[in-house]
Write a protein that binds this ligand. Sequence first.
Ligand code: ADP
Ligand code: ASP
Ligand code: MG
Length: 467
Amino acid sequence: MRIVMKFGGTSVGSAEAIRRVAEIVEEAHREHEVLVVTSAMSGVTDELERAARLVPRWTEEDVKNFVGRIRRRHVETVNEVISSNLIRREVLGHVDSLLDELEKVLLGLSYVGEVTRRSADLVLSFGERLAAPILAGALRDRGLEAEHLEAGEAGVITDERFGEAEPILPACRRKAQRTLVPMLRSGKIPVVTGFIGETVDGEITTLGRGGSDYSAAILGAAVEADEIQIWTDVDGVMTANPRLVPDARTVPRLSYDEALELASFGAEVLHPKTVIPARAEGIPIRVKNTFNPDAEGTLITAETQPTDEVVKAVASSSDVGMVDVRGTTMIGRPGVAGRIFTKLGEAGINVIMISQSASESNISIIVSEEDVREAARIIEREFVGERLVDRVKAYEDVSVVAVVGEGMRGTPGVASRVFSAVAREGVNVRTISQGASEVNISFVVSEEDEAKAVNAIHSEFGLGEGS
Ligand code: ADP
Ligand code: ASP
Ligand code: MG
């Protein structure tokens, strides 16, 4: 088989973790062709994001301190994880030249005093670009033939939407077939940077936070892999976020649709776009735990596996905001929702959910939290001077909860069980989504009620350990 193995930030977050990863890769490589995709070491992308935001106000010394910290973490890891002097020197050489480049980039930006989306992507790219040679070095240190590649060399060719770039799939396939496939066939292990891509002009882009999973799927489709494995720090996709629900369990099987819904509504374990190339090519996705490799994990395929319960999992996210649009004269006027969608789309704001009350006097739009104020301004501007809209209000302190399961299709009474369970906990439901796919019921609550709502549904449908 040909397998893509993607390792997340925690999985490559320390020398000890990287050693485990190397063992897992070695084991798989005994039987399979293996393509490795790596994230940045945990926390590094957050640090780089902070640098990209603050650097216009930084002095030269601030820049040097920052790069020094990043350097220490990576150099210490290399020294701990690679025992061969030769390989260590080579890897340290790569790490050093990347960090020199990062320092130059940051110094440049501190002088210019402005960071564009394009230069922010360049700054953000360094986490994965540092991690790939270290992981490849750790594999070579065990006697495996491994080589690190940057996304552009490997075949993640994207458009120019910096910060949220989309792959140009035929170009990805052409490149990957030329570079990666011959390596795989000869038993080499390519170690590719996740999260980043390259435009046809050779400029670095990023696929959006958490995007390394997406990289794995893009490359999996491009090399016609038999399986895409997402190695992370939990036993698979679980019945709820284990940080909110202590007795959450691993879900053994999910359909692509179920996985897409869960990921879109906050199950961070999988970047939602990962499902798209995998589904298009019919490649199974397997989610596994680097720190517990014997656990079976979650297998995601086109088939659904019915369970006794119609609901399989609950996802939630507080990373959203809600714009509430009110106006009694909206009644019977077609096209208001359409105009809102169009305007927000033009501004590049992604609408996660929209709901309209039966009386049509109010429309609620859920967008990401960082977009909510801008979204409200855009809607206000669109309807200014028309008496259609009386009030537009933005709320940041809300969470969206999504209840997911293919078994909900056509099963009556699920919604009433969901909302009764939530009501019993005294949680007020602010809005319910309308017209979403039948494998998902989603609704909005105040952020402070998120955990309560999720736990109420989790126990109502017997999803927990020992239920
Ligand atoms: P990685 O760095 O490996 O990409 P992430 O932090 O992006 O890992 O995703 C894994 C985390 O997702 C878990 O540690 C867990 O806290 C969170 N998570 C949220 N919802 C779920 C869920 N339904 N199942 C599993 N993990 C979830
Ligand atoms: N390192 C990137 C991030 O933290 C991508 C990823 O981990 O998937 O967002
Ligand atoms: Mg992730």
